[in-house]
Design a protein. Structure first.
Lengths: 255, 310
């Protein structure tokens, strides 16, 4: 327990001093502004290029729900990619620099090593996620004169955070099995891409991690789908398996 | 039952896909020894040290630290380790890094601060406020030594601890290592043999993954005394040549006589240095030949190293 807290302190220091928190916050906050803005003006923007009256029926008047939809779609892409790139070396860097064996030889266990990293990554992303949801909520309100209930919006952010947890854990996993950070990032991006593709398939969408993008939008508008719980539990379950596997594999690896 | 060894290996072997880096070695380093671990580039020193610190998995064989069998994958608390290229968290100061190490070792709060201060002073990094990312190579080496000693381990492995240091720094670090004598067992790999001769009491030489010499420095040297040579220095080349001719005749082939710039070097496989000097003295006094000096040279560690790794 002592070493867990000690190493969490070290990870927090790293997140702050290496500007990881700052970069993540910037990326997410900018989409918290850009997303609702696109939701509000995209149709008008497209209409500027299309003669009036011709295709009006295709684009219904945007509502505040589109503010959330655009926010979550954007961070589901750029936000997740930022996470993959920021954390591709989360384990590898320590191995290559030789700090991992140094720490492990002082009495830190492999489990504590990985778990304290995961804890701080989860907390960092939670803070970033909640703050940017807050920004998205109020900006949507300004643009649309309505943004649903505050509590629902926050819950939506929490649902999306579960998706982020999944990508954080996969970063740990890929950074454990890969030999180079770039390989780790390629694995991460490929898995992201695979999930994006599977998301198109209606029948599995509701159960895969990316289903949570839609769920987060729904929850923000006050709608709770019957798939919500299953979707969350499956994503958390897969993440837990990946996390345990990472610890196991790391124990077997030469440093 | 003999004394427990600080480090002992039994048929320790490490094979990589393409090569055998460490081949079935049996090492024994007594407690309190400062052991020089020597070998040419690629001889297998780093690989051996990494196995003994639990970082690399032996292909076969076993090892014990302070009499306790250790296995790969479990942290070995009794050892300290200075990597050949030590890496740190660049965003920390040296103080913060050592404090982290001390905390991980569960050092009690009240001792920790003064312990870290002491260590920094010991390696000459006290008062340095820069982040580690701004450290020079020598400073990193010093911090690396400090972290290896943070939990006062029974055995410390140092992979080339002085390779990045200036002459002053080298002397400082050698002094720190010397001060560990008797308390901590040290295994240090290095290519600077004169330093080894100064501070090491125990030597292991490996070549292509095999141990070719091991024992105390005195033992190894006595094994090589056969190669002691007698050197006689003259005032002029004429005397030198004359003497060379006479001693060659006198010994009729049993001696290996070489001369360079007014100096004759005599060496033999079957005649002892004492016999050689007696014979030489006789020739010199018979011819009343003036000479500057006559002395017997024991082989240096350099000579032994070249000999066994030829
Ligand atoms: N990961 C690896 N994969 C394959 N071969 C390796 C690996 N690590 C080391 N070797 C080989 O094992 C041998 C021993 O290497 P090692 O690094 O132990 O030598 P060393 O004695 O420390 O040399 P140096 O004095 O240059 O540091 C070398 O031939 C090296 O090529
Ligand atoms: Mg080496």
């Amino acid at each position: 327990m002592n070493t867990y807290i000690t190493f969490i302190r070290k990870e927090i220091m790293e997140t702050l001093r290496n500007k990881r928190l700052f970069v993540l916050a910037c990326v997410f906050a900018s989409f918290a502004l850009l997303g609702p803005l696109m939701g509000r003006y995209m149709v008008e923007f497209i209409n500027m290029f299309i003669p009036a009256g011709e295709m009006d029926f295709l684009f219904p008047e945007p509502t505040w729900a589109d503010g959330y939809a655009n926010f979550y779609m954007n961070i589901g892409q750029i936000g997740v990619i930022a996470i993959i790139l920021l954390y591709m070396g989360v384990i590898l860097d320590e191995k290559r620099r030789g700090t991992a064996p140094m720490m492990l030889m002082k009495g830190l266990t492999h489990t504590t090593f990985v778990m304290s990293k995961f804890t701080v990554m989860a907390l960092t992303s939670l803070v970033v996620m909640m703050v940017s949801t807050l920004v998205a909520h109020f900006y949507t309100y300004i643009l649309f004169d309505g943004a649903g209930r505050f509590g629902d919006a926050m819950l939506g952010g929490l649902v999306f955070w579960v998706l982020l947890l999944f990508f954080l854990v996969s970063s740990i996993f890929f950074s454990t099995i890969a030999k180079k950070p770039s390989t780790s990032a390629v694995f991460g991006l490929l898995s992201w891409f695979a999930l994006v593709i599977f998301d198109v398939v209606q029948r599995v969408r509701d159960f895969l991690p990316f289903g949570l993008v839609g769920r987060a939008v729904e929850v923000s508008t006050g709608y709770f789908s019957r798939h919500l719980l299953a979707n969350i539990l499956i994503t958390l379950g897969v993440s837990a398996v990946l996390l345990v596997a990472s610890i196991h594999i790391l124990k077997k690896k030469e440093l | 039952m003999s004394q427990t060894m600080a480090v002992e290996t039994f048929g320790l072997t490490k094979r990589f896909k393409t090569a055998t880096a460490v081949n079935n070695i049996d090492l024994a380093v007594p407690q309190g020894a400062i052991c020089g671990f020597l070998g040419k580039n690629g001889a297998g020193k780093t690989t051996t040290i990494k196995m003994l610190t639990g970082m690399k998995k032996p292909t076969s064989g076993e090892f014990a630290i302070m009499g306790k069998k250790e296995t790969f994958g479990k942290g070995i608390r009794a050892v300290g380790y200075l990597p050949d290229v030590p890496g740190f968290y660049g965003y920390m100061t040296g103080w913060e890094f050592l404090d982290l190490c001390a905390r991980l070792c569960n050092m009690p709060e009240n001792e920790r601060k003064s312990h870290v201060d002491d260590l920094l002073k010991q390696v000459g990094l006290d008062g340095v406020k820069t982040k580690i990312s701004g450290y020079s190579r020598g400073m990193r080496q010093r911090l690396g030594i400090a972290q290896a000693l943070v939990n006062s381990p029974a055995v410390v492995f140092m992979d080339e601890p002085i390779s990045a240091l200036d002459p002053m720094g080298r002397r400082d670090i050698m002094e720190i290592i010397s001060s560990l004598r008797g308390k901590t067992s040290v295994v240090l790999s290095t290519h600077i043999l004169s330093d080894v001769e100064n501070i090491c009491d125990h030597i292991i030489i490996i070549e292509k993954g095999n141990v070719v010499e091991q024992g105390t420095l005195a033992e190894i040297k006595s094994r090589f005394t056969r190669q002691d040579s007698v050197k006689i220095t003259f005032y002029n080349q004429d005397d030198c040549d004359k003497f060379g001719e006479q001693i060659r005749q006198a010994a009729s082939g049993g001696l290996n006589v070489t001369d360079d710039a007014m100096r004759i070097i005599i060496q033999s496989d079957n005649i002892t240095p004492a016999e050689i000097s007696k014979l030489s003295a006789k020739i010199l006094s018979n011819a009343a030949m003036p000479f500057k000096g006559l002395h017997t040279d024991a082989p240096t560690l350099d000579d032994i190293f070249y000999e066994v790794t030829k």
